[in-house]
Design a protein around this ligand. Structure first.
Ligand code: ZN
Length: 167
């Protein structure tokens, strides 16, 4: 049963270690320390198991900082995307650069400056945060793939798929 306000996901909620959501909230708080205008992250667990979007496919600190760019843009009333939220425009890039993200390549034709990467200074600044989050993500991946990939639970379990059907 999903808690109210939590969108349905393909992933079984019971396999989501709460520790990862807590680590995401902690990493967000670390970003807020450097950028006090950044609003709170309302639902860190909503980033977990999210399918790929124009904002990127994989959950990482870089991705979290990308979300923080949107957070700061929202608090400043800046329209940082266009084309139904897909195209990350130059206003997005300007705030991303303030937060320590670079976009070394030409903008992507449909997602714009979405794929920003941590610059060396931000990597240094957030190193402990990045390492903690990486550990939590690894543990999370191990926990969510153990059922299907790592453990043999007998022929019955093996043939009966325990994977949720993604509608
Ligand atoms: Zn985005």
């Amino acid at each position: 049963m999903e808690p109210p306000g939590h969108p349905a996901r393909c992933h079984d909620v019971s396999t989501t270690p709460p520790v990862l959501a807590a680590e995401l909230a902690q990493a967000w708080a670390d970003i807020q320390r450097h950028h006090p205008e950044l609003p709170d992250l309302a639902a860190p667990e909503s980033l977990i198991g999210e399918s790929s979007s124009a904002c990127g496919a994989e959950l990482s600190f870089e991705r979290l900082l990308h979300e923080a760019v949107h957070g700061i843009a929202a608090s400043r009333g800046v329209r940082d995307t266009s084309r139904a939220g897909r195209y990350h425009n130059r206003r997005f890039l300007a705030i991303a650069e303030e937060l320590g993200l670079d976009h070394p390549e030409e903008p992507h034709p449909s997602s714009g400056f979405s794929l920003v990467t941590l610059n060396p200074e931000a990597k240094r600044r957030y190193r402990p945060t990045i390492e903690r989050l990486q550990r939590a993500l690894k543990a999370h991946t191990a926990a969510t793939t153990a059922d299907t990939a790592r453990s043999f639970r007998g022929p019955a379990a093996r043939h009966g798929s325990s994977e949720a059907a993604c509608a």
